[in-house]
Design a protein around this ligand. Sequence first.
Ligand code: T3D
Length: 258
Amino acid sequence: MSSILFEIKDHIAFITFNRPDKLNAVNREMALLFQQRLDECQRNKTVRCVYITGSGKSFCAGQDLSEVKQTDGHEVNTMLREQYNPIVWKIRTLEKPVVGAINGVAAGAGANLALACDVVVASESAYFTQAFSKIGLIPDSGGTYILPRFIGWQRASALMMLADKISAREAEKMGMLYKAFPDEVFAEESLKIADKLSKMPTRSLAFIKHALNFSVSNTFEQQLKIEDIYQQKAVETRDYKEGVKAFLEKRTPEFTGE
Ligand code: T3D
């Protein structure tokens, strides 16, 4: 079985981490395959939403530590540059909405891959842990950038240093994720979100994503210019024309993602 399952159905690309006996810990092969699948989602025009989840009871337990042990004198920088940095970069720049469907524990790099998604939802029994400090590491995969922006410096600092386990409900309250759902309805509710996104004006969602990416480091003045640029691009899309036309004709718009 492949370490990453991939299926496209009804305009949604499903990417599933598939090493359940290792809590979907990421080895090199899996990291590279994940990148290939993200590239495919970007290229494939039929894909209008990406849904990332894990097989079995966990989302992802971060780096496969048994692989690190076996790699004599491995270079951590090479690992980040070849595996994790490209993954979070591809998720943040992918011009399709990415749903992080956190079905179970998200630890280490697994927690930070989750945070990089556009709409993060979790099942109530899932939890998050910035496990890095427990083994003498620092958070990577964009965690030191994204987490304090989501939940504030103090809470991010405490979670990163203490490596505490945070339940999906606590994570929701802190603003680390959008919604936590009871386990029995999690699959259905998270799929509803993906389905809705896959029928929306895909280009406008991509522009929202780009604008948000810029917003974290821009001044207000710079950001107004970014809004100007992307709003111009949005009005040039077919979906914008359809959206306005459908509104005036009092009917449901039929967006095509163009
Ligand atoms: O050099 C570098 O490493 C740089 C890269 C950094 C990126 C990172 O992500 S560093 C952080 C790596 N991840 C962790 O430190 C988390 C390690 N895992 C855990 O702390 C716990 O497994 C969990 C809190 C996630 C879950 O605990 P629990 O009690 O539910 O499950 P378990 O019994 O610990 O794990 C079940 C199995 O999965 C077990 O295998 P076994 O004994 O049944 O054969 C365990 O070894 C395996 N497993 C879990 N996490 C990993 C793993 N195997 C390899 N790597 C893992 N990360």
